[in-house]
Design a protein around this ligand. Structure first.
Ligand code: ACO
Length: 421
């Protein structure tokens, strides 16, 4: 932790290793004097290798971020003093030489005026977040110089070409929202939530593996100016460097990240870094959970394998059974094919028999049906039955007559007797 104190710079810490580096000349709108440059150089170089500093946020005290070079102290007062000017110029390179490839992530939190030379540190920080109310201006054209100190180049590299040209040539001021639109900053938010949003963003970065983050930001910066072959070689070397750096933390990000995702299903790289990326090793809670997950995973895998094996066995058994029955069917078919002539004969005989029986039956039926077909069956039946009935009736009548006859005889006898009388 940096405990040194400065006249024009204030260094403050958050608990989690975020260091605030505050430009502390609010009365001069944080204009950059030679003293300020020397102190910034010192502070940043120290913080770059400080064990406790994980991320650096640059911002300004008061209502300005930076009013650019101090026109009085940096320019006018150094006229005719080449040694002092050279020294001041050298120290002013904290903005590009030191910040440009810093070990830790850096954020410019633009809280107010950001003018001229103030563009350099804004662009050279890895990220920039502005207040909507901040005012950006390339004022050089308005007081008689071009945007020097690499400002023209940085603006040309960072902004869209038309915007770079327009704002450099007009010196027109623009706000935080416009700065975000043209790519001068990552995003802008209302001034009242600027600190909160900046810390939130910083903590998102803090959760990453710092070696991976460092390699990534260097790669993004430098490969822009390399050809394909150089970029390929550089990236391969940078990857190896990350592994080497991770060794000192007893932790290989590459292996750990893949293991936690593939084996433990402990995180999703699309949504978060692997557990323990920031710390260099998974915290004990995470390690315990990961171990439990590993056991569960193993059990699940074992179950799946057993299930797969038994299914495979079943399939094999089924296939065998099917094959067996197919073979059996084939054998039977072959046997029956061999027996076919006899069977055919039998079949023929039985068919002939059946036919004969059927014919006979038909004939019987036909014979039975024939008279009915010639005469009206009902009439015939009636006719056939009628004589029987008639004979019976006649006989009955005859019987009755015969029975009645003695009565007649009796009557005749009675009549004859009466006549006699
Ligand atoms: N250099 C020296 N002193 C400065 C600078 C500067 N770049 N900017 C502000 N100050 C001083 C003022 O002289 C004033 O000092 P004083 O109190 O002793 O008079 C004090 O800071 C406050 O400045 P004000 O102008 O009163 O503040 P205000 O809030 O009204 O305006 C603003 C702020 C717009 C930033 C204005 O000060 C300004 O235009 N400054 C010039 C910015 C500039 O052009 N910078 C150079 C860019 S080019 C380059 O960096 C290479």
């Amino acid at each position: 932790m940096l405990t040194k104190t400065y006249q024009t710079v204030k260094v403050e810490y958050e608990k989690d290793g975020i260091a605030w580096v505050i430009f502390n000349r609010p009365e001069k709108r944080n204009a950059m004097s030679p003293t300020f440059h020397a102190e910034m150089w010192d502070a940043l170089v120290r913080l770059n290798v400080d064990r406790d500093t994980k991320l650096v946020i640059l911002t300004g005290a008061g209502k300005a971020f930076s009013a650019g070079q101090d026109l009085k102290e940096y320019f006018r007062e150094l006229d005719g003093k080449p040694f002092e000017r050279a020294m001041a110029s050298h120290h002013s390179h904290w903005r590009n030489e030191v910040l440009y490839l810093y070990n830790k992530p850096t954020i410019a939190m633009v809280n107010g005026y950001c003018v001229g030379g103030g563009f350099t540190q804004t662009i050279c920080c890895d990220f920039a977040i502005a207040a909507n109310e901040a005012i950006f201006c390339l004022s050089e054209v308005n007081w008689g110089i071009l945007p020097g100190g690499m400002v023209s180049k940085m603006v040309a590299d960072t902004l869209r070409p038309r915007d770079a040209m327009m704002y450099a040539c007009t010196g027109r001021p623009f706000d935080g929202k416009e700065a975000a639109r043209i790519g001068m900053v990552n995003f802008s938010v209302p001034l009242k939530s600027l600190k909160k949003e900046t810390l939130k963003f910083a903590r998102e970065l803090l959760a990453k593996n710092p070696n991976v983050l460092r390699g990534t930001k260097h790669a993004v910066r430098l490969t822009r100016f390399m050809d394909w072959q150089e970029a390929g070689d550089y990236l391969a070397a940078k990857g190896a460097e990350i592994k080497q750096r991770d060794l000192t933390r007893g932790h290989d990000a590459y292996q750990e990240g893949i293991r936690q995702f593939i084996d433990e299903k402990a995180y999703k790289p699309v949504y978060s870094p692997y557990h323990g990326a920031a710390e260099g090793k998974a915290p004990s809670k995470v390690r315990k959970r990961a171990a439990a997950q590993r056991v569960t995973m193993k059990r699940k895998t074992a179950k799946k394998t057993t299930a797969k094996k038994s299914t495979a066995k079943k399939v094999v058994r089924k296939k065998r059974a099917v094959a067996k029955s197919a073979t059996a069917r084939k054998t039977t078919a072959r046997k029956s094919a061999a027996k076919k002539p006899a069977a055919k004969k039998t079949a023929r005989k039985s068919t002939a028999k059946k036919r004969t029986v059927a014919k006979k039956a038909t004939a019987r039926k036909t014979t039975a049906r024939k008279p009915a077909a010639k005469k009206k069956p009902a009439a015939k039946k009636t006719a056939r039955k009628a004589p029987v009935r008639k004979t019976a009736a006649k006989k009955a009548t005859a019987r009755k007559t015969t029975a009645r006859k003695p009565a007649a005889k009796k009557t005749a006898r009675k009549t004859a007797a009466r006549k006699k009388k």
